[in-house]
Design a protein around this ligand. Structure first.
Ligand SMILES: NC(=O)c1ccc[n+]([C@@H]2O[C@H](COP(=O)([O-])OP(=O)(O)OC[C@H]3O[C@@H](n4cnc5c(N)ncnc54)[C@H](OP(=O)(O)O)[C@@H]3O)[C@@H](O)[C@H]2O)c1
Length: 420
């Protein structure tokens, strides 16, 4: 799971990155110099008649050695080889005013935009798809920022925006930025949608910004637009901008140990599915004795067959339960109590429905199909079955094209991690 960058406790790895201004006088220790070189003009030398126009100075970091890609096979048992996490790196401050590049800047939101916009920027409140499409053709916009109001409805507006921009081959829009307020979870899907759009339309830069302090929102958006090589930004309480970098996981040891208790119950939503069955097998091998599978359909014969052996080691029951329905999850909870099964200490949430599609083939209704089982299901399971003695909650994300759900679950997980 990606780390919460705001958590400045033991897991915080934010570091300062400084920019060095180039100097034309290079002072380099020859003994350290590699064979690379750079041409530099120097005011003193150029004033001398005999001095060459250019001077070659070897730079120590410019080595001519080309490293061949490693042929060493990756050790699949060594997690340090393959697990990465996000590190947020702070950038030098860009000032509190948004800088103005060339172009026409549009800011849209479902709410009224109460910000003092600089010249060249226009803010428009949008409520429906037709209105949005009309606004987009009103002017030759080059940059569009969308201010989220923190609700699921914002994801719908973002989908309309991306579909309209993607469809219009004459559009001059080259950058789109979604701004979400720190702590909101219902609009986390904006980050997923923008990642999907980025893959499908690499020629249009889609950026995401999470901000903490509205005072610095405009300058943060301005900095996003300026840094067209970056995709994701965080603006902290003081308006400092951070960008994400990948690095190898550092705390793998603590995340690999999973031993289960025989006096606890474990829940697997979507337990009849492919991954659900893998999870049952794993939980039994790790010592679980009470396992409940949740599924909308009744026991399938092939699943029944697979459970024969596992049932010799553990009590495994299937409950008919649609996890997207709160009442069904409450029913599962009541069943556990009635049967006097031990307290739930772990949930593996694999329930999910495939609702795949490219950006142009998506609709808010289609997105809702997968969202209900994944995100609403995750919320209900957490609300009604997780408690203080809880041990783990493993959420399985959906396929990449529905990154909206994955991002929302990621946000939920970060909140719940702090809660537990
Ligand atoms: N398999 C992979 O390689 C892979 C890779 C990446 C992500 N995933 C994700 O991981 C999840 C599980 O994958 P899978 O391959 O095991 O899928 P699967 O075989 O289709 O199983 C999904 C299970 O979820 C259950 N389900 C769906 N909606 C439900 C609901 N509202 N309440 C309760 N149960 C529900 C379905 O059973 P009923 O129809 O009986 O309810 C089904 O058994 C999916 O979300 C998938 O997108 C899978």
């Amino acid at each position: 799971m990606l780390m919460s960058w705001w958590n400045l406790g033991k897991k915080s790895h934010t570091r300062e990155t400084t920019t060095k201004v180039a100097n034309s006088n290079f002072e380099v220790d020859a003994s350290e110099a590699g064979s690379g070189f750079v041409s530099s003009t120097n005011s003193q030398e150029s004033s001398s008649a005999n001095a060459p126009l250019f001077r070659s100075v070897s730079l120590p970091w410019n080595k001519s050695v080309i490293t061949e890609p490693s042929t060493k096979p990756v050790d699949k048992n060594d997690l340090t080889e393959s697990l990465f996490e996000t590190e947020w790196v702070s950038l030098p401050s860009g000032g509190s005013e948004p800088s103005l590049g060339l172009g026409s800047y549009l800011i849209i939101s479902r709410d009224a935009i109460n910000l003092e916009l600089p010249q060249g920027w226009q803010g428009i409140q949008v409520s429906d798809k037709k209105e949005l499409e009309a606004i987009l053709t009103q002017k030759a916009w080059t940059h569009v920022a969308m201010l989220s109001t923190g609700h699921e409805e914002d994801v719908k507006l973002a989908l309309w925006l991306l579909q309209a921009v993607g469809r219009n081959t004459d559009s001059r829009i080259k950058q789109i930025c979604f701004a979400t307020k720190f702590g909101s979870t219902d609009d986390a899907g904006l980050w997923g949608l923008s990642r999907t759009f980025r893959l499908e339309y690499p020629e249009i830069r889609t950026q995401c910004l999470e901000y903490k302090n509205t005072q610095y929102l405009l300058s943060a958006i301005g900095q996003c637009f300026e840094r067209s090589e970056e995709d994701e930004f965080l603006s902290d309480q003081n308006g400092k901008i951070h960008v994400s970098r990948l690095r190898r996981c550092t705390d793998i040891e603590s995340s690999t140990k999973l031993s289960l208790r025989g006096d606890a119950s474990y829940i697997i939503s979507g337990g009849q599915g492919a991954l659900g069955l893998v999870a049952v097998d794993l939980l039994v091998r790790r010592g679980a004795k009470y396992i409940v599978l949740l599924s909308r359909s009744s026991m399938k014969p092939e699943v029944e067959d697979k459970l024969i052996n596992l049932r010799k080691h553990a009590n495994i029951e299937l409950l008919s339960c649609d996890v997207s329905q709160e009442v069904d999850v409450l029913y599962a909870k009541a069943w556990l109590e009635r049967k006097k099964w031990p307290a739930v200490r772990g949930i593996v949430h694999t329930a999910g429905v495939l609702s795949d599609g490219t950006i142009q083939n998506q609709s808010s209704e289609k997105l809702q199909v997968s969202y209900s089982a994944k995100v609403n299901g995750a919320r209900y399971l957490h609300t009604h079955l997780c408690h203080q003695t809880f041990y783990f909650y493993f959420l399985l994300p959906l396929q990449p094209s529905v990154l909206r759900d994955r991002e929302t679950m990621q946000q939920l997980m970060q909140h719940w991690t702090h809660w537990h």
